[in-house]
Design a protein around this ligand. Structure first.
Ligand code: AMP
Length: 452
């Protein structure tokens, strides 16, 4: 029960209004030490309820302590605009019955307007590092009285090359602050370097390793010949599965656009979200999805990172995620806060081994599913190794080579394959129309000559 945390009444009222009955594991583990003003290092995923886990204890402390004269009291740094908006939304809900104000500072919005927002002295700044740093360079925000610094999705900030910006921002912050760092994993290579000197005797809270999450999500694979076949499968799934909202992931922006046009032509109510789109367009698409005007979103990983849309119960990986971590982020769009979800990966022959490595790493037993009306030529590898990877290809090549060598030894003529590319152009070469004297120059290039 939330009431056991001894939080300010106004916050408990907001929690009640949101309908949160009991705290999630990350909230149970984080709220008490955060209320005790400890620095924390928390490994937890989006979808676990971590936003409330850092907002509730910090907002509580801000409500019970008198405010300093000037400057912001809390800074929340996030890697992407979408995440920043999401935190803003959650802040508005949790601080609904308080006087606390916020400013959202991220790229894609007018600089002047944001500068004016700083002048109103909002208690909470929710920002992405790049734009905030621009403001710092213009001397606008003042973090000398900062009481709380939150770094959310720290591993992602590192992956996106934002660590230098983050360090510069942190160096402008009050040293006597409480710092809470959230990351999908605490074992990220660059994390300890970035954290050095940033946190004071932090308590590490390791909740759910990437491997043992998402028990409530069914994970299936469907093999496919190529991207055209995958397109037909996707259309079939969207037309035959029962779902409220679906997200489809592609590895590239081009593929997202291509698939988007195809699905639109098939009459699906869908939108495309990727990094090439203007911020206004991205916001519009997210709004359409939230309102249910569209129910399918085709997205690339970066654009979809951390997006929290209620009711996503189907995820289709049109392209297999390139790593286990990315796979977890994608399927984390469904099955949020304990709901049931279905995640389907479409696997081409080239993606089989990647899929089996991701499955092994995350200990997922993918269920192989076949759709009778949509079967292609590829049915999966003939044989698989103990690791789950396709067996045979290397060995077959070796056997072939050995056979050829044996034939050579026996004196049999080895048939050499005649390739079209070796035959073409033979006898067709044109003579140059102008004869140029062939004098090499010191630089190795022929000089340009006038036509005679
Ligand atoms: P987050 O991990 O912060 O992105 O939260 C994921 C979703 O879980 C959000 O939609 C929250 O509103 C929801 N949520 C957070 N805490 C709880 C809770 N204690 N009970 C039910 N839902 C929650």
């Amino acid at each position: 029960m939330f009431s056991e945390f001894d939080l300010d009444k106004r916050l408990l009222k907001a929690v009640d209004k949101l309908g949160f009955e009991k705290p999630t594991p990350v909230q149970t583990a984080t709220i008490p030490p955060a209320l005790a003003h400890k620095d924390l290092l928390v490994s937890s995923e989006t979808g676990s309820g971590k936003t409330a886990a850092f907002l509730l204890p910090t907002l509580h402390q801000m409500l019970v302590k008198a405010a300093p004269e000037t400057g912001s009291r809390m800074l929340i740094l996030l890697p992407t605009r979408e995440l920043a908006r999401q935190v803003m939304k959650h802040f508005k809900q949790l601080a609904a019955f308080t006087h606390l104000k916020f400013a959202l500072i991220c790229g894609g919005e007018t600089f002047k307007f944001q500068r004016a927002m700083f002048r109103k002295n909002p208690e909470v700044i929710i920002a992405t590092p790049g734009r905030l740093l621009e403001h710092i360079e213009h001397g606008t925000p003042d973090f000398e009285a900062l009481e709380f610094l939150i770094l959310d999705e720290a591993d992602r900030m590192l992956d996106m090359g934002l660590s230098e910006d983050v360090l510069k921002i942190v160096s402008c912050c009050n040293v006597d602050r409480q710092t809470l760092l959230f990351s999908a994993t605490l074992n990220h290579r660059g994390l300890s370097k970035m954290m050095a000197g940033m946190l004071r005797e932090p308590e590490a809270i390791r909740l759910n390793s990437v491997r043992d999450r998402h028990q409530n999500i069914r994970q299936q694979i469907i093999v496919a010949d190529d991207s055209l076949h995958k397109g037909r499968l996707t259309d079939w799934l969207l037309s035959n599965e029962t779902f409220d909202k679906a997200m489809i992931f592609t590895n590239t922006r081009i593929q997202a656009d291509k698939l988007g046009s195809y699905l639109r032509s098939r009459g699906q109510r869908m939108g495309v979200l990727h990094g090439d789109l203007e911020q206004d367009e991205r916001n519009r698409i997210m709004q359409l999805l939230r309102q249910g005007i569209i129910n399918v979103l085709v997205a690339t990983d970066v654009a979809a990172r951390g997006i929290d849309v209620k009711g996503v119960d189907l995820v289709i990986n049109f392209d297999m995620a390139r790593s286990g971590k990315e796979h977890v982020h994608r399927i984390g769009r469904t099955g949020r806060a304990g709901e049931e979800g279905l995640a389907i990966c479409l696997i081409s022959p080239q993606e089989w081994n990647l899929m089996s490595s991701v499955g092994r790493y995350l200990r997922i037993d993918f269920e192989q599913r076949m759709i009778e009306s949509q079967l292609g030529k590829y049915k999966g590898p003939h044989k698989v190794k103990a690791s789950g990877k396709a067996a045979g290809t290397k060995k077959e090549k070796e056997k072939d080579r050995e056979k050829k060598e044996r034939q050579k030894k026996k004196g049999k003529e080895v048939k050499i394959k005649q390739r079209h590319r070796d035959k073409k152009n033979i006898g067709k070469r044109r003579k140059p129309t102008v004869q140029i004297e062939d004098k090499p120059t010191p630089s190795g290039f022929k000089p340009l000559m006038k036509k005679k």
